[in-house]
Design a protein around this ligand. Structure first.
Ligand SMILES: Cc1cc2nc3c(=O)[nH]c(=O)nc-3n(C[C@H](O)[C@H](O)[C@H](O)COP(=O)(O)OP(=O)(O)OC[C@H]3O[C@@H](n4cnc5c(N)ncnc54)[C@H](O)[C@@H]3O)c2cc1C
Length: 415
């Protein structure tokens, strides 16, 4: 049996950032990791993936990007290298190859079963990630059995796909990147587009993440956001990180020759049926993008930057072909692969503490889990601010939660 003050579950960037914060406060802890440091970037991401956030934004407590390409976008392999070096830099006490099988309430805190060990701790931080499993819609079960189906977890590169057409379902960051990559391999690609967040890669000479940060949007707090549930479930922005920093939007994909269709609604007798609301969906995404660009322009004017920046402009509206098909026969042989780029979800199936709501999500207030003093959640979208969704957001979040955890331990000592 191992006794420690705090346990952090997961050695991705969030768990490592928390480890650094706990060390800063001299809180004895271990980080438990089922694989190696940065396991999800090693095992769950496809090789060609690059971060969509620029390198300069890859910063963690005690670490700032110091490479020679601050405006570039890190390939997944470099994320692994960066996080591995970060774990060493902060001296994170990581126990690798140790999977948590159960976390339950225990005497004076929590009990964790991990491999053959029993670990007791007064506080636990759940940092196992928001993207532990692909989120696949129920209609996946109605895809004809002749079709090969893949998720971003099983996708490696286009070479693994059978010859023939590919239906990519979902047009957020993952879907638009993989649609482009598969199209370049010579396979005809159809992209089913539901609600999405359109953003240009850069605006007025600056990367869009520069604007998102400068305007203060990313630091909007969770308790100041009108519709927090919606904010936490927004799809990832339609952005890719490429060496050329190109904008990957529906217009650019259409220009490549990718066929855009509406949201996949049903598959009946092998026929996929797409929403007829594609034009409206795109118009809404355009409207929201332009609303943000207006906010950016107003901020630039108020900050006296207009003379230093190129003038405001607006990307062309998304073009939707009025003849867009509403159906696609999946039995005809035209489509041989369906790729579900329909998002990701966390996996806390090993958590044996009643802290979930009706929908199965952990109830928490900015990462402080409700009804389980000493239990914390880190690395979730819009956990404490909009930046929580991204790597750099773990800095402030881990600082705030480590402060709470420290006070919690102090209050327990006084009892
Ligand atoms: C395709 C994709 C692209 C992304 N691109 C970007 C981007 O460009 N920029 C950005 O800022 N963010 C990006 N993100 C979002 C986010 O930064 C990543 O999801 C990131 O990996 C989350 O870090 P994390 O530390 O919260 O979780 P993870 O990196 O997933 O780490 C969790 C760790 O917990 C371990 N674990 C899980 N269960 C257990 C268990 N039971 N016992 C022990 N260990 C366990 C896992 O092995 C893993 O190592 C992307 C996400 C995805 C899915």
């Amino acid at each position: 049996m191992i006794q420690t003050t705090a346990v952090v579950v997961g050695a991705g960037h969030a768990g490592l950032a928390m480890s650094r914060r706990l060390t800063e406060r001299s809180i004895d802890h271990v980080v438990i990791e089922r694989g190696e440091v940065a396991n999800s970037w090693r095992t769950q991401r496809w090789p060609s993936l690059r971060l969509l956030t620029p390198n300069w934004q890859t910063r963690l407590p005690g670490y700032d990007y110091c490479g020679d390409d601050p405006d570039g976008f890190m390939p997944a392999a470099d994320v692994v290298a960066t996080l591995t070096a970060y774990a060493r830099l902060v001296g994170a006490p990581v126990r690798t190859d140790t999977a948590v099988r159960t976390l339950r309430a225990g005497p004076r805190g929590f009990e964790i079963e991990a491999n053959d060990d029993l670990i007791r701790a007064r506080a636990v931080v759940l940092a196992t990630g928001a993207c532990s499993l692909p989120a696949i819609p129920g209609l996946a079960g109605t895809v004809p059995p002749t079709i090969t189906t893949l998720t971003p977890f099983s996708y490696r590169d286009p070479g693994q796909l059978p010859a023939g057409g590919v239906l990519v379902v979902g047009a957020s960051a993952t879907g638009v990147q993989l649609a482009g990559e598969i199209h370049r391999s010579g396979r005809p690609v159809t992209l089913a587009v539901g609600e999405h967040v359109r953003l240009p890669r850069s605006y007025r000479g600056r990367d869009i993440f520069w604007w998102l940060e400068a305007t203060g949007l990313l630091v909007e707090r969770y308790d100041e956001i009108d519709d927090l549930t919606r904010a936490r479930h927004l799809p990832s922005p339609q952005l890719t990180g490429t060496p050329e920093a190109i904008t990957t939007d529906l217009n650019s994909l259409t220009a490549l020759g990718i066929r855009i269709v509406g949201r996949l609604g049903r598959i009946t007798d092998g026929v996929a049926q797409f929403s007829g609301a594609l034009a409206n969906t795109c118009a809404l995404a355009d409207l929201k993008m332009n609303r943000f660009l207006t906010r950016a322009d107003q901020w630039a004017t108020a900050s006296g930057l207009d003379d230093d920046l190129p003038p405001p402009h607006r990307p062309a509206p998304t073009r939707v072909d009025p003849r867009t098909p509403l159906e696609l026969d999946l039995i005809s042989g035209e489509i041989t692969t369906v790729l579900w780029a329909t998002g990701f979800r966390p996996d806390h199936s090993w958590l044996d503490i009643p802290v979930r709501d009706r929908t199965g999500r952990i109830r928490h207030d900015g990462g402080v889990v409700t009804g389980a003093p000493g239990l914390y959640l880190l690395g979730m979208p819009v956990l404490r601010t909009r930046a929580s969704t991204y790597i750099h957001g773990a800095g402030a979040d881990s600082g705030a939660l480590a402060g709470h955890l420290h006070s919690f331990l102090g209050s327990r000592r006084r009892q």
